[in-house]
Design a protein. Structure first.
Length: 325
């Protein structure tokens, strides 16, 4: 149809009309809220590069989870900051590790909240890399056993979903195998399937205290120029037993999110990462943009591209806005 018979503005006149024809939905149930958990009691250490985000002790994390649950957000993902680090990330797979403690405390207090756990070694190693180092490089195959042990320890503590983020080849299969062998076949795997070597991770590395002490992660995280490779990575993880696949970061990789969803139709997560969050926060605090409006625009874009769930530090703010608070 052509103007004047067709006037698209007729359906944009007010909120009710706009909502009536809205194509993409965004609800609190679409979010997973990241939490950084560290040692001590009753402490919240603000992350300077991420306004509104803090490293929390277990008791504070439990309180945060109660708030998350009350907002209708169905899940949190936990990142641990250990008391001690070493070359093999020993505290990642200890029964009394910080994440394991947090899982048990959260499940005791907010049992219906889904607990997802990051499975990686970078927060726990003194060198800051995601695996064991051999001859100055990350040893892929030697790392698989440690990642599997970490995932199993999370499942034993009560995690609902384990999320390997390391980008080692074969880690999904190794984790699926150890979980199944230990009667945890019901535990889901959310695989960071297409995780890019991105400049958007800077604030996270402050929050998780996980900056590499030498080199970088480009030998195991993906080249930002590639998308066909991402599709191969996703297919590998699905074949190895992933239940949910993830694209990370989200905002600069909307095309990747779209292509993954179109090709596989698999449950798809996207990580609205720290740098994306901090840029909006900084610009909002300087009065350069309207923070709430820009936040929602970005989250809608990620959903529109095809993400079923969004890991975002904005989750609580967005949920309040969606509730009209």
């Amino acid at each position: 149809m052509n103007f004047p018979a067709y006037r698209p503005r007729r359906l944009r006149r007010n909120d009710k009309l706009r909502n009536l024809i809205r194509e993409t939905t965004l609800e609190p149930r679409n979010f997973i809220y990241p939490l950084f958990v560290g040692p001590g009691k009753d402490k919240a250490q603000p992350v300077s590069s991420m306004p509104g985000v803090a490293q929390l002790t277990v008791d504070r994390a439990v309180h945060e989870c109660q708030e998350v649950d009350a907002l209708g957000i169905p899940a949190v993902i936990l990142f641990g900051i250990p008391e001690h680090k070493d070359a093999i990330g020993s505290e990642a797979y200890l029964d009394e590790g910080i994440v394991q403690q947090a899982i048990r405390a959260i499940k005791e207090t907010v049992p219906d909240l889904l607990v997802v756990t990051d499975v990686c070694l970078c927060e726990y190693t003194d060198h800051g890399h995601c695996g064991m180092i051999k001859n100055g490089e990350v040893d892929n195959d030697a790392t698989l056993e440690l990642l599997a042990r970490e995932a199993l320890s999370h499942a034993q503590a009560g995690a609902d979903i384990v999320a390997p983020s390391d980008m080692m080849d074969g880690r999904v299969a190794a984790i699926r195998k150890i979980l199944d062998e230990n009667s945890f076949s019901q535990i889901s795997i959310m695989a960071y399937a297409a995780k890019y070597a991105s400049g958007f991770y800077g604030p996270f590395r402050e929050a998780a205290e996980s900056t590499p002490q030498f080199g970088d992660r480009r030998s195991y995280q993906m080249d930002p120029a590639n998308v066909d490779e991402a599709l191969r990575e996703v297919e590998l993880d699905i074949r190895e037993g992933a239940d949910i696949v993830m694209v990370k970061p989200a905002l600069a990789y909307l095309d990747v999110i779209y292509r993954v969803k179109q090709k596989f139709g698999y449950p798809l997560a996207a990580y609205n990462v720290s740098g994306e969050y901090s840029m909006i926060k900084a610009a909002g605090q300087n009065g350069w943009i309207e923070e709430p409006r820009t936040m929602m625009e970005v989250l809608f874009a990620i959903r529109r591209a095809g993400a079923d769930m969004i890991l975002s530090y904005f989750a609580k703010d967005a949920a309040r806005l969606l509730h009209g608070k």
